[in-house]
Design a protein around this ligand. Structure first.
Ligand SMILES: [Zn+2]
Length: 352
């Protein structure tokens, strides 16, 4: 199907779903990148779900690029920089941003929206840095976008099953997961059980979706490195650091953001239809995919970066130090905003 008729058919089908809204804006950076990619269709939306995805029609596919997701990620990074620079409480700062997002997301339920807005009003930290002044953050956002774009293309190629690089990535993921022993999972702490589950699922072909996601990440990192290799007059080490840091920031944000969203969405019937609040029997909304991607596959991505940029032993060590220095610990945000008891109390209070 040609591009134009595909786009029209696609838009009509999305309109039926009533969840996506086309945006009048596009993403300049992304437009530049996909200019030469004939087979890639991008549909820009601005949604209060803030999530990127891919939709398939037979052999064709359209990448749904949510501008709101990137706006939020940019704000999150600015807050990280802001709190670092002015020595403010980062946990409060991020809670402020995410609760503002939740408030916006549920604006069709005014009681909830207003209640959650108060959290951001009370805890929020004013951002005093501007994006234009933070060249390093602009780099993180651009590399993050590139990684995400290639991730979605990875899904597309995985779906088609005729891309050699995807096959290599899939093999690599299988090899890596099959070589993980129980003792290697101890670093995951309380998530070791989920880690073990994901290892068994990949090993015995039990979770196609998980394999698809992780293969797409591996495909994305390889394409990302190829894109930057020998460019920008930068050293391989510097480029390796920039790629790894961007992925680190994006994945820490994504894990937290997914956990918080899933936790709140799970209570949607109580919020929308005012059903009695029901506590869910789960400890946390961190799932198998998050542990497999962030906890296990994250290391594979760094190893790929190290190999593809030909880093020596010393540089490999320095790269890990760089990643550690830029790690944002979002566990307190998850413990607070994705906590079932907290959400139940908030819903009850909002309606009281
Ligand atoms: Zn994906």
């Amino acid at each position: 199907m040609n591009r134009i008729s595909l786009a029209t058919e696609f838009k009509n089908s999305l309109k039926k779903e009533r969840i996506y809204y086309e945006s009048d804006h596009s993403d300049e950076f992304l437009d530049k990148i996909i200019k030469d990619m004939e087979h890639i269709n991008i549909y820009y939306i601005y949604s209060n779900k803030a999530s990127n995805s891919i939709k398939f029609w037979g052999e064709d596919a359209v990448i749904i690029w949510d501008l709101n997701y990137w706006k939020l990620f940019q704000k999150y990074l600015l807050q990280v920089e802001n709190c670092k620079r002015f020595n403010k409480n980062l946990i409060q700062g991020i809670i402020g941003i995410i609760s503002e997002f939740i408030s916006d997301k549920y604006k069709s339920i005014p009681e909830i929206s207003m209640f959650v807005k108060q959290i951001s009003d009370i805890y929020g930290v004013k951002i005093q840095v501007s994006y234009d002044d933070c060249i390093n953050l602009q780099d993180v956002v651009e590399k993050g976008k590139l990684f995400s774009l290639f991730h979605e293309i990875g899904h597309l190629e995985y779906h088609k099953q005729n891309n050699e690089l995807v096959k290599v990535c899939e093999e690599l993921v299988r090899d890596m997961f099959c070589s993980i022993a129980n003792k290697d999972l101890s670093s995951l702490g309380e998530w070791a059980v989920l880690g073990r589950k994901s290892v068994l699922h990949i090993k015995y072909n039990k979770n196609e979706e998980l394999l698809d996601e992780i293969t797409a990440d591996t495909f994305a990192v390889m394409n990302m490195v190829n894109y930057f290799k020998n460019s920008d007059n930068k050293s391989n080490f510097q480029l390796a650091c920039e790629c790894a840091i961007a992925i680190e920031y994006l994945s820490a944000f994504q894990v937290m953001f997914n956990a918080v969203n899933e936790a709140w969405d799970a209570h949607y019937p109580e919020m929308k239809l005012r059903f009695p609040v029901r506590k869910h029997k789960i400890d946390s909304y961190i799932n198998e995919l998050a542990v497999a991607r962030d906890g296990l596959c994250g290391q594979l991505l760094v190893i790929i970066i190290q190999r593809m940029f030909y880093l020596d032993k010393n540089e490999c060590k320095r790269l890990w130090d760089c990643i550690d220095d830029n790690h944002v610990d979002n566990s307190d945000i998850i413990s607070c905003l994705a906590d079932d008891e907290f959400i139940c109390t908030a819903i009850e209070d909002a309606f009281s």
